[in-house]
Design a binder for this molecule. Structure first.
Ligand SMILES: Nc1ncnc2c1ncn2[C@@H]1O[C@H](COP(=O)(O)OP(=O)(O)OP(=O)(O)O)[C@@H](O)[C@H]1O
Ligand SMILES: [Mg+2]
Length: 271
């Protein structure tokens, strides 16, 4: 029986598009017929808000499931699509780290609870908070793949180096290996030289992780998240909807070269 591919949107830098892009990405996969579970790992609960879900009470949250071995199935909510589910977040997640420290195998709690449902889904898409800490370490150790949205500016590029070094040291320390890491530029505007320079720099320094797809700067995605709707519901013909489809395809359905070699797969598989 298949188990879900667990994909984590991660960037310790805030505001790079983890939530906006992961919500649209998960919706796009679900629209294509995949069974998708979205997991909101940020106490700000923005992913939850994107799906227009009410914030959930403390006793029925990921906080209690992780800490008290509760049943994860009890906290899965529905969305406007039958095959797209959500584990909502709430402010209680911000209080998780301290009690988690006292728990045996604390780094693997999320991985363990997600195992309970990984056979029910094709994809588990996690949206992390912009924070280095035990919860984001749990998310990394629960993931098969990491997707890094990057803004085209110097500080973001500097942050990327630190993030990749951190991932390498986690891999070394925990003897754990991510299958793949994908980096893509968000809020891309080809009229800005800095966007072109940043794209070149990612291709040059991180060719094994760099995606061809870029996500355009878009007014539609801002509107959609403020209305608690997907950009695919409100603006299915928009450029950003096309970009997100390309992102989903490049990551999940790599194009075959004529001789049968997959593009964007072997090159990115980590050894
Ligand atoms: N492609 C885009 N075009 C225009 N605006 C965007 C785009 N992607 C994200 N934004 C806007 O940028 C802001 C930050 O996006 P978002 O909340 O998704 O980032 P984040 O990485 O999840 O932030 P945090 O680190 O706080 O969780 C939001 O106002 C969002 O609407
Ligand atoms: Mg976010």
């Amino acid at each position: 029986m298949n188990t879900a591919r667990k994909q984590l949107f991660l960037n310790y830098k805030g505001g790079t598009g983890k939530t906006s892009i992961s919500s649209a990405y998960g919706y796009c996969l679900a629209k294509a017929g995949k069974k998708v579970l979205m997991v909101d790992l940020d106490a700000q609960a923005h992913l939850t808000t994107c799906f227009n879900q009410e914030l959930i009470p403390h006793d029925k949250s990921l906080y209690s499931v992780i800490l008290n071995d509760g049943n994860i199935k009890d906290i899965i909510s529905s969305t406007s699509l039958a095959n797209l589910k959500l584990i909502p977040s709430s402010i209680s997640l911000s209080a998780l780290e301290l009690p988690l420290f006292g728990i045996y195998l604390r780094e693997y709690r999320l991985r363990r609870v997600l195992k309970e449902v990984e056979k029910d889904f094709d994809y588990i898409i996690m949206d992390s908070a912009p924070a280095i800490g035990l919860l984001s370490l749990n998310a990394i150790l629960a993931a098969d793949e990491v997707l890094i949205p990057l803004l085209a500016d110097f500080l973001s590029f500097h942050g990327l180096k630190i993030l990749l070094e951190t991932l390498s040291s986690i891999e070394r320390d925990f003897n754990f290996y991510l299958d793949r890491i994908h980096i893509f530029l968000n809020r891309y505007n080809p009229e800005y030289p800095v966007c072109l320079e940043c794209r070149e720099a990612v291709d040059k320094f991180y060719p094994e992780y760099s995606l061809k797809t870029v996500i355009s700067e878009s007014r539609e995605i801002i509107d959609a998240s403020s209305m608690g709707k997907s950009v695919f519901e409100l603006y299915p013909e928009s450029k950003i909807a096309e970009d997100i489809k390309n992102l989903v395809d490049e990551i999940n359905n790599p194009v075959k070269k004529p001789e049968g070699k997959e593009l964007g797969h072997e090159e990115k598989v980590r050894v």
